[in-house]
Write a protein that binds this ligand. Structure first.
Ligand code: SF4
Length: 355
C-alpha cells in the first residue's frame, strides 16, 4: 500500500507537475526557502510576482542579510503575516554569521533559523537537499485524511501528530523531494477542499473516502471559537502640509510596518475621544479631530476590526515615540515609500486619490 501510494503519486507528478519559478532540476535552497515561506497562507498565482520581485532585489542570502528591514517589509507588503518577512531577514543574517553564508542542510540546523518549523525544514531538506524527510501542510492533511480515512480533527495537536506519523511511514527513499511536491500538488489541484476531482486522481483506487463517498466528511476540523470584533479609530494628523505616520513596535502585530496612529475604542468613548486619548498615550500629542475619511473592515487571524479614519489637526506637543517604534511627518506622495498593512494602505490610497 505504502509503496503503491508513493509510486502512483510520483508517476502522476512526472506528467502533471506544475511549472513554478522556484522549481528546477537542481533546486536552489535559498529559492526553495523563500517560495515556501511565501506560499504559507497564499496561493501560487499570488506568490509568483512577489517571488520574482524578491529575487531581483535579493538574489542570494547575502543580499537579503544586508538589506534594511524596511526594504524587506516593503517587498512583502500585501502578502500579510509580516512576521514571516521579519523572520526571513533575521534568518538570513543568522545564516551569514553562523553557517558561513550557506543554507543549513539538515532538518535540525534548518529548524534553528527563525521562522523555519517542521514543515519548512521538511520542504527545504527534501526538495533542495534530497533528504528522505516528510512534510505536512494543509494539502497533505486533507489528502491523508481522505485516503487513509483519518478522522482525528486535523487542526488539533493530536491530528497534527497523527499526520506527521503517517507521513514518516510513506516517504519513498531517494525521492522525497518530488514525492512531497506531488502530494502538495495533488491537494492543491485534484483533492481540493470542495468538489475533489476523484475521477482524475492517481490514488483513487487506494482512497477510503472515495470508496465510501466520504470526501465531503473528511478531513474533520474542530470548530474554532468565534473571533472577537473591535471598533478602532485611526488619525490622519495634518500639520504644515504633511501627515504623521507611526511605526509599529517590533514585538507587536505588523511589527515594523507604518500606520496612521490610533487604537481601540473603549467603553463609553466616542471614536473622536478614542483618538484624542490614543494619540496622547502613543505620541504625547494633542490633536483636534475633524472630518471622517473612510471606514475599513479587516479580519486578522485572531480578531476582526472595523476602523474609521479621521482627519485630525495637530494642536500641541512634539511627537514622542512612547508606544510606537518611530514616527515621521511625510507628504501624501511619500506614503507609497513606507511598508503598510492592508488597512493603512487603503486609507493611504483614499488620501492619494483625493489629493
Ligand atoms: Fe482526494 Fe478523491 Fe483522490 Fe481520494 S480519490 S485522494 S478524495 S481526489
Amino acid at each position: 500500500m505504502t509503496n503503491t501510494f508513493a509510486s502512483d503519486l510520483l508517476t502522476w507528478y512526472a506528467h502533471n507537475k506544475r511549472s513554478m519559478p522556484w522549481r528546477s532540476d537542481s533546486p536552489d535552497p535559498y529559492r526553495v526557502w523563500i517560495s515556501e515561506i511565501m506560499l504559507q497562507q497564499t496561493q501560487v498565482a499570488a506568490v509568483i510576482p512577489y517571488f520574482e520581485r524578491w529575487m531581483q532585489a535579493f538574489p542570494h542570502i547575502g543580499a537579503l542579510a544586508e538589506a534594511d528591514q524596511e526594504e524587506v517589509l516593503k517587498l512583502w507588503e500585501g502578502l500579510g503575516y509580516y512576521s514571516r518577512a521579519r523572520n526571513l531577514h533575521k534568518a538570513a543574517i543568522m545564516v551569514m554569521s553562523e553557517f558561513d553564508g550557506v543554507m543549513p542542510n539538515t532538518v535540525d540546523d534548518l529548524r534553528k533559523l527563525p521562522g523555519i518549523g517542521a514543515y519548512t525544514a521538511g520542504a527545504i531538506g527534501s526538495i533542495a537537499y534530497g533528504l528522505d524527510v516528510p512534510l505536512v501542510d494543509g494539502n497533505v492533511k486533507r489528502v491523508f485524511a481522505r485516503v487513509f480515512e483519518i478522522d482525528t480533527p486535523i487542526n488539533t495537536p493530536a491530528g497534527e501528530k497523527e499526520m506527521w506519523a503517517k507521513a514518516e511511514t510513506l516517504v519513498p527513499a531517494g525521492q522525497a523531494g518530488d514525492y512531497n511536491q506531488a502530494l502538495m500538488d495533488l491537494g492543491a489541484t485534484i483533492c481540493r477542499p470542495k468538489n475533489p476531482l476523484c475521477l482524475l486522481c492517481p490514488v483513487q483506487q487506494q482512497c477510503a473516502a472515495q470508496a465510501q463517498g466520504l470526501q465531503g466528511e473528511l478531513p474533520v476540523k474542530k470548530k474554532k471559537k468565534p473571533v472577537p470584533h473591535y471598533d478602532v479609530a485611526a488619525a490622519v494628523i495634518q500639520h504644515d502640509g504633511k501627515l504623521l505616520i507611526a511605526q509599529r513596535p517590533q514585538d507587536k502585530l505588523l511589527g515594523g510596518m507604518w500606520e496612521f496612529p490610533g487604537g481601540k475604542q473603549e467603553a463609553g468613548e466616542t471614536l473622536p475621544e478614542t483618538l484624542v486619548r490614543e494619540i496622547q498615550e502613543e505620541l504625547a500629542m494633542t490633536i483636534r479631530v475633524g472630518d471622517h475619511i473612510t471606514q475599513v473592515t479587516h479580519a486578522y487571524t485572531h480578531f476582526k476590526i472595523t476602523l474609521d479614519a479621521f482627519f485630525c489637526e495637530w494642536v500641541s506637543g512634539e511627537p514622542q515615540a512612547i508606544e510606537c517604534a518611530d514616527w515621521k511627518w511625510v507628504t501624501v506622495d511619500q506614503l507609497t515609500d513606507y511598508p503598510m498593512g492592508k488597512v493603512d494602505r487603503t486609507i493611504a490610497a483614499v488620501l492619494q486619490s483625493a489629493s
